[in-house]
Write a protein that binds this ligand. Structure first.
Ligand code: ADP
Ligand code: ZN
Length: 603
């Protein structure tokens, strides 16, 4: 069988996407590769097809045990012999699996790095024919990446122990230094890097100013179509618990997920998210690695993420199926202070802290940009884009900016004259001519700047100070409770030698004005009620089948495939096979059943 026949017969797709074909033939020929593609672009096929082509067993290294099951289930549905070797197996099951591995029966074997690195595992693998090693989430190998995992750094043992077996590393996020490090550590060699554009055109990026965060979140959730699933990321476990509970009170199906919860509850909550429609997971970043759910419709950040890489990875979990999805973030000055505090008080070495600060600053630049957000994002990953995307908030509602030298000077001199140690709250009081005890006691009502900024509201000053911090003109002294001080670049502004402009934040919308048109991505595909009804019937059948087999619904068929079935109304097995996402195995399993349903409705 060649690659194309496997794509069509086994996976049910008619053509390769982008550079999949090139990678598959490269790896199929026994060469190493680093594959850089955004989430949802189709990295998995880049190792799955070569694995089947080459014969023998492919070892897939994946960081989280709990999430391998999903991938294994999906492969089984395609009629591929895939298994996961991990600690969740009972001793009897494990012995049985080991026998099957030794007999060379397994085509794709998923393992966590720590298990692979056990001498016992390495020894076992040295006796069987291996097709390749696939190292998923390969950025975990990099010291300077954003998600370093020590066990990943020991994977170089594969070079020594299995010199003839090709290694294919895959990731959706890696800036240039991280890429170089992956290539070096895994000795992938020259000509091994395959990268596609990083753009995720179906994701709409939005960043909004934090005001009353819970209300803002609820407003955002209410804009979602009924039955949409999504993730809400928060920084702390406590926020996760609070927000999940409050959303529950408001009638949302919201479940918490963080590392402080019992393992059993975590697994249970994750399963609910995968298996039930319309579930919202409120989570810390402990959630999501390896989540393959294709129909996550939104990812909301109510706290600032760690870096652009982390943000891109987290938001990248939305819309893997290519249908419209939203990435929404809500942030304020407090978030910046908190993040800086976290970096400075961490145990890391100074060099590492510097890296983290740099990453945070790039993220702040993204948050405060008046440019197309997509341009800023993909530029960070080393690509340039000419045209604005028309699918981000700054494109859809261009951000007005205004010249702001005078206000900037007022703010900077307020910082300077109060001794460079006060936080935003006090400074704004001074600027607006606030009349309180503290101001009088400190004599700040005697300053030249006192009351000079009364023309601007609290919120407007918060916004300007935030932008001055984000632009690096003002430093946050984290040891001193977020006291603000001047950075060297503030000087030319104070002297009037440099221009400065501020973006004017849109006023947070309230009430009826906030109700934007709901997206109806899938429903729009249908012209008649009958089609919509049929789609729902197919979905119900899919849920029933999924329950029976104990797998998530999308493992059976994606929404996209169901949509195509409704539109094409196949009448025979042959026509059913033409539907994207239907291969031979799925035809055999579900063909007659679905064809039967279609026949019933056409009368
Ligand atoms: P990634 O690992 O890059 O995030 P996946 O490998 O999970 O992405 O693929 C994303 C989705 O795209 C999956 O549902 C997959 O079945 C689908 N897909 C991959 N390649 C193709 C293709 N050539 N044609 C159609 N669909 C594809
Ligand atoms: Zn844009």
């Amino acid at each position: 069988m060649d690659a194309k026949s496997i794509l069509q017969n086994t996976f049910g797709y008619s053509t390769f996407r982008g550079i999949q074909e090139e990678i598959i033939s490269h790896v199929g020929a026994g060469k190493n590769a680093l594959v850089l593609m955004p989430t949802g672009a189709g990295k998995s096929l880049c190792y799955q097809i070569p694995a089947l082509l080459r014969g023998g067993t492919a070892i897939v290294v994946s960081p989280l045990i709990a999430l391998m099951r999903d991938q294994v289930e999906a492969l089984k549905q395609y009629g591929i012999c895939a298994e996961a070797l991990n600690s969740s197996l009972a001793p009897g099951e494990r012995a049985k699996l080991v026998r099957r591995i030794r007999a060379g029966e397994i085509q794709l074997l998923y393992v966590a790095p720590e298990r692979l690195l056990l001498e016992e595992t390495l020894e076992m693998l040295s006796h069987i024919q291996l097709s390749l090693f696939a190292i998923d989430e390969a950025h975990c190998i990099s010291q300077w990446g954003h998600d370093f995992r020590p066990e990943y750094s020991q994977l170089d043992i594969l070079i020594e122990r299995f010199p003839g077996v090709p290694r294919i590393a895959l990731t959706a996020t890696a800036d240039t230094p991280t890429r170089k490090e992956i290539v070096a550590r895994l000795a992938l060699g020259e000509g091994s890097v395959f990268a596609t554009g990083f753009d995720r055109p179906n994701i709409r990026y939005e960043v909004t100013q934090k005001d009353r965060v819970f209300t803002q979140l609820v407003r955002f959730l209410n804009e979602q179509e009924e039955g949409s699933s999504g993730i809400v990321y928060c920084l702390s476990r406590k926020t996760v618990d609070d927000i999940a509970a409050k959303l529950g009170d408001d009638g949302f199906t919201a479940i918490p997920y963080h590392a402080g919860l019992d393992q059993q509850i975590r697994t249970q909550n994750q399963d609910r998210f995968l298996n039930e429609e319309g579930t919202i997971v409120v989570a810390t970043i402990a959630f999501g690695m390896g989540i393959n759910k294709p129909d996550v419709r939104f990812v909301a950040h109510i706290d600032l993420p760690k870096s652009i890489e982390a943000y891109y990875q987290e938001t990248g979990r939305a819309g893997r199926d290519g249908l419209p999805a939203r990435a929404w973030m809500c942030y304020g000055l407090k978030d910046i202070v908190q993040r800086k505090q976290m970096i400075d008080s961490s145990e890391s070495c100074d060099q590492r802290k510097q890296v983290e600060h740099r990453k945070l600053n790039s993220l702040l630049g993204y948050c405060e940009t008046a440019e197309c957000r997509r341009k800023v994002l993909i530029r960070y990953f080393g690509e340039e884009r000419e045209a604005p995307c028309c699918n981000c908030d700054t494109c859809l509602h261009p951000v007005p900016t205004r010249e702001g030298l005078h206000e900037a000077q007022l703010a900077l001199s307020a910082i300077y004259r109060t001794g460079q140690r006060f936080g935003a709250g006090h400074l704004i009081q001074v600027l607006r001519g606030g009349d309180n005890e503290r101001i009088k006691r400190l004599g700040h009502d005697q300053l030249k700047v006192y009351g000079e900024g009364a023309a601007f509201s609290d919120n407007e000053w918060h916004s300007m100070l935030r932008q001055l911090v984000a632009a690096g003109h003002v430093k946050v002294d984290v040891e001193n409770y977020g006291g603000l001080s001047l950075a060297p670049s503030a000087k030319p502004i104070l002297k009037g030698e440099e221009k400065i402009s501020f973006r004017i934040d849109p006023r947070p919308q309230t009430g009826a004005a906030a109700k934007t048109k709901k997206r109806a991505a899938i429903e729009n595909a249908f012209k008649t009620d009958k089609q919509r009804e049929l789609f729902n019937r197919l979905k119900a059948k899919r849920t029933e089948l999924a329950k029976e087999q104990g797998v998530p619904p999308y493992v059976i068929f994606h929404d996209k495939t169901l949509t195509e079935i409704v539109l094409a109304m196949p009448k025979s097995k042959n026509e059913f096979l033409q539907i994207s996402g239907v291969g031979e195995s799925k035809l055999e399993r579900y063909g007659s059943l679905f064809l039967g349903l279609l026949e019933e409705t056409s009368y």
